[in-house]
Design a protein. Structure first.
Length: 322
């Protein structure tokens, strides 16, 4: 009965014929790239979207296309301020949502930073781990009571999880040389493990959680990379895939990159996707070949014991900082 979607599907195609009036979604990073397109597609089908953004003044003009789609599709967009690299900002955002008290059918943890130069958040965490994982962990656990029974959590991970497993002994690069790609890979593995453990903890309420590899697309995410570095990365990916006998990696248009998020949040059977890592609008197969540019998910990113250990470590880290 469920229509089959794939790598080329767009968010609008996934939602074709779906009426989302009366449904409410929360999306982090809603003012650019995949988050913006996810929000636009949802509101154009009647959904109410609360979009978290780092800078409200910049986000207002940046989200005009979403408001236009909302007025035509019967949906709505509301923006709320959130800096995931500040636990104080995370708490303020969560408390505002809790005070409002309206439930969400789905939460989409979409925001993130990639391959940043070394830095620390205001709370002293390595920036990518602090933003991509710790900030989302703190926010989502605080607003979890607002996630409706039978709701869904979608956490954006990345193919880059294949680059590096988490390091629970030195998550903030205090005892080792910083590598921007290793740090990004670890944070994306953490995103997948967080979704897996959140799914385990909340499925008794009918809530299911999954992580998503949206597909590679040209968004503002690689803003820390020079053009030649980005070109070099694409060439490295192409070579590694060719050597492994894999088809060339294809860049997705942003509407295609938003499709798996929307599919997971609305269309997919939640019990089929719960606890899994998704790509191209499907549950990804486990693939433990060391090639970082292969498709599929490495088993360490879904390891139940590791997910529990990361959860405990994260509580310890943010408990001390909050």
């Amino acid at each position: 009965m469920t229509e089959k979607f794939g790598a080329k599907s767009t968010a609008d195609q996934v939602l074709s014929g779906v009426d989302l009036k009366g449904k409410r979604f929360f999306i982090t990073g809603a003012s650019s790239g995949i988050g913006l397109e996810t929000a636009r597609s949802l509101v154009s089908h009647g959904a109410s979207v609360v979009g978290a953004v780092r800078d409200l003044a910049k986000a207002e003009p940046a989200t005009t296309s979403v408001r236009d789609a909302a007025s035509q599709g019967g949906g709505s967009l509301e923006l709320i301020e959130l800096d995931l690299a500040s636990l104080q900002s995370v708490r303020a955002c969560a408390d505002k949502l809790l005070a409002d008290g309206q439930p969400f059918d789905s939460i989409i943890a979409n925001a993130g930073v990639m391959a940043t130069p070394f830095g620390r958040t205001v709370d002293g965490f390595e920036v990518q781990f602090g933003t991509n994982h710790l900030g989302h962990f703190a926010l989502i656990n605080r607003i979890e009571p607002l996630l409706a029974d039978n709701g869904r959590l979608v956490v954006l991970s990345s193919q880059a999880h294949r680059v590096a497993d988490i390091d629970l002994d030195d998550p903030n690069f205090e005892q080792q040389a910083y590598d921007p790609w290793a740090a990004y890979g670890r944070s994306k593995t953490a995103n997948s493990l967080f979704a897996a453990e959140f799914d385990r903890r909340h499925r008794d309420r009918g809530i299911r959680a999954a992580s998503v590899m949206p597909g590679n697309s040209l968004t503002a995410l690689p803003r820390h990379l020079a053009q030649e570095d980005l070109q070099g990365l694409f060439e490295t990916v192409g070579k590694a895939r060719a050597e492994a006998g894999l088809p060339p990696a294809e860049l997705k248009e942003i509407p295609q990159a938003a499709a798996t998020s929307v599919w997971a949040a609305v269309v997919a059977d939640k019990d089929d996707i719960g606890g899994h890592y998704l790509e191209d609008c499907a549950v990804a197969p486990i693939d433990d070949t060391p090639n970082p540019f292969a498709d599929g998910v490495r088993s360490y990113a879904l390891d139940a014991d590791k997910a529990k250990q990361l959860w405990a470590k994260t509580e310890e880290l943010i408990g001390g900082a909050s």
